[in-house]
Design a protein around this ligand. Structure first.
Ligand SMILES: [Cu+2]
Length: 159
């Protein structure tokens, strides 16, 4: 079973990041409403470059295309798996990444696509599509071969 524990908790690991987050929070709070608990979700207009999934795993993130707020246009997300010291590492065969996104008005993604890998280190999902532009809480999570959740990261993104 997939249990989205700590689903909305984003782990900030530096004071600067926290400061930036709070600044952005206060600036955008009344302009755009992100759906979830504002104090726990990193607010950024762009995707963070590295997020922590669990105590042993970070992932480097990069949108190769998008994100586009248009269900007709696929967005492409690249992931690279890093260890706790941010050095590249490979995951066991059978592990999977998934993406979820939610908007305050109560909908998710138009298409979650599928993360694919050939080396268990770099993954790409070229079929992600969003229904519309605006503020989203975006979550990436990792499971083992039996779909037990092993870690996750959530951030808020406005596009
Ligand atoms: Cu919407």
């Amino acid at each position: 079973m997939l249990i989205p524990k700590d689903m909305f908790l984003f782990k900030t690991n530096s004071f600067n990041c926290l400061k930036k987050t709070l600044l952005l929070l206060s600036f955008f709070l009344n302009l755009t409403a992100c759906p979830l608990n504002h104090m726990k979700v990193l607010r950024t207009e762009t995707c963070p470059s590295v997020v922590e999934l669990n105590e042993k795993t970070n992932i480097q993130l990069k949108w190769l295309k998008g994100p586009f707020g248009d269900p007709q246009t696929d967005s492409i997300l690249f992931l690279k798996v890093l260890d706790k010291d941010k050095a590249a590492k490979s995951l066991p065969l059978g592990y999977h990444f998934f993406i979820q996104a939610s908007m305050g008005m109560g909908h998710g993604l138009s298409d979650t696509g599928e993360f694919k890998t050939t080396n268990q280190n770099e993954w790409i999902n070229d079929e992600i599509s969003f229904y519309m532009p605006g503020p989203y809480d975006i979550k990436i999570y990792l499971t083992d071969e039996n779909y037990n959740e092993l870690g996750e990261a959530t951030w808020c993104s406005v596009f």
